[in-house]
Structures are given as C-alpha cells and as structure tokens.
Design a binder for this molecule. Sequence first.
Ligand code: RAM
Length: 349
Amino acid sequence: MKSKFALKLTMGASAILLAACGTTTTSSSSGTSSSSQGSSASAKNIKVFVIPKQLGNSYFTTADSVKSGGALAAIQQLGATGTETSGSASTPSSQLPVIQSAITQGAKALVVSATDPTALCPTLNSAMAKGIAVVTYDSDAPTCRTLFVNQASTSEIGTSEVDLLAKEIHGQGQIAIVSASASATNQNQWIGYMKQELKKYPKMSLVSIVYGNDNPATATQVTQGLLQQYPNLKGIISPTTVGIAAAAALLDTPQYRGKIALTGLGTPNEMKKYVADGTVQAFELWNPANLGYLAGYAAVLLAQHKITNKEGTTFAAGKLGKYTIGPNHTILLGPPYVFNKANINNFNF
Ligand code: RAM
C-alpha cells in the first residue's frame, strides 16, 4: 500500500511550466516519450486540457501537477502537451467557459472533474461528437464521457466513512454531513451510500446535510450553523477535503474536541495538526497524484487511438502498472486509505 502512495517528486527536465491566469501548460521539449506505449510522432500534436472542479484546491493541485507526478506528468511523459485550467469557484458557471475554450483551442482530450453533469453534458457531448476524448476523474459525468477514472469504489467510500464514524461514536447519536456543492456527482453518490449504510446503525440519525461548495469560508459558515442548530450533535462526515479542513478548524477547541467526532475525506497535510491534537481520529483518501496520472495517461492513449474505452481493454499506465477498463467505461484506481495518528506522518501531500 505504502509504495502505491509513494509520491514521485522529481520533475522532468523537459517540463515547461507557464503559470498564468489559472493555466499551467507542460509539454515534452524533446517530443520523445518515456513510455513503451507512447509514439512520440503522434503524441506531439495532442493537446490535453486538465480541468479540475476548481484551481487553488490543494487536492487538485496534487492530482494535476508535474511536481507531484499527477495528470500533467503523465501527459508530458507520453510526449503530448498538457494544460491545467479551470475557474476558482467549484461551480459549473466557472468551469463551463473553460471547457468551451479548451475545445476552441484544439483539445484532443479533456480530463474533467465535473462540478455539475447536467450543466456540463451538452458541451461534453459536443466535444465527443468532434472526436475529442472526454475522461472524467474524481467527479463523473456518467452520460457524457468516454471514460471515468474512479479514485476508489464509490460504495466503499460512502459506507466506510459511516463505519469509521460509527466506531468513534459507538453507533449512537445525531450526525450531519458537510458536503461540497449540491451538484457534485462524487459527493452525491457517496452520500447515497452513506444513507444506505446508516440503516445498519438504527441509533444514529442523520439530521442535516449542508453544502460548503468547496469554499473554505462557506464550509466554515455552514458547519457553524450546524453546531448552533444541533447542540446534541455527535458526529460530522465531510466527504470533501475543503469541508473537512474547515470543520476540523472549528472543532479544534476544548468545547468540541473529543465531543463531536469528525471524519470524511481529507489530505494528510491539511489534517495532520487535527489528528495530532485529537480533534480527528481517522479520515480517508486515496493518492490524488496517482488518480490524476492515470486519467492523464488514459486520455493521451485514447486521443492517440491506442486504446478504446471498451470494457476489458487493458493497458500499462507507466509508473502505476497495468489497468483494465471495467463496466460502464470506468477504471478503478484502488481502495481508499485510512489515515490516523499511527500513519499520517508517512505522507506528504
Ligand atoms: C474536494 C473535492 C473533490 C473530492 C475531494 C475529496 O477536494 O470536492 O472533488 O474528491 O474533496
């Protein structure tokens, strides 16, 4: 497990980084590929746009950057040109113009974490109609993409978060969810499985779901609202790295520490402090850099027509090894990982 999490922090000497106006572009200056599958000649003209839900969210910075070994690293390794671009808010109105602009700029592949599938699908469908490979990662748009690279089993993420919380609060008491945006596919699917899993714990009751929109100030505000409205609250699940960090900061006081349990999905670097002082016992995530790398890798291979999205298709994804496309044109990165006091200091992202 640990080796899957080892982050490669080395950066290829050929990386060209242009950081301006929310856009980072990287390409291979030699045009040669370090992958056995990469044909430099055809990859050279391939432009891949990596479009996370938002920029400025450290989860996506890790998932996408060359430095962390994310999506742009894979694209560069295969000899194609990658650009990370998005808006600053995790909303479709911020993301959609960026997708449209990528199409206009001659994208051959898009790697997208969908803020809102309903709003994005017309544009993503027209991209596919033009022959552009649309790879979703992190947050899917199930009816309008070529391939989805899923970070971990959707059901396992949802159910395991409820189980983690149940263990901490002995299966009893009022709980609430601090989610990202109300339109995010990933959080909504995980919450669906949380509700199912809660049926196993009849003494736990879900009293509220609030939305912090992956904005630290909004997440703080809605969590404050919960604490006021539900004085008997025993636990919070926040399946978003932005939400859990905001909630942890609020619970990090003698009034709440050890009295209201918090779990969900966080990055180790943002959560270390709260795990060390006992505000949080355990939370989950996967390796975001590997998620981005796999999505970037698959996007280039699809754009080169080296693979199709057909179930059963197998390919070697560089440093990550072999992957097979499963049902519903989906690839699964691996299982979620639980971080706690015993292991959190082994991670740096
Ligand atoms: C936030 C975003 C992202 C999600 C992570 C766990 O950064 O909402 O989509 O996967 O949290």
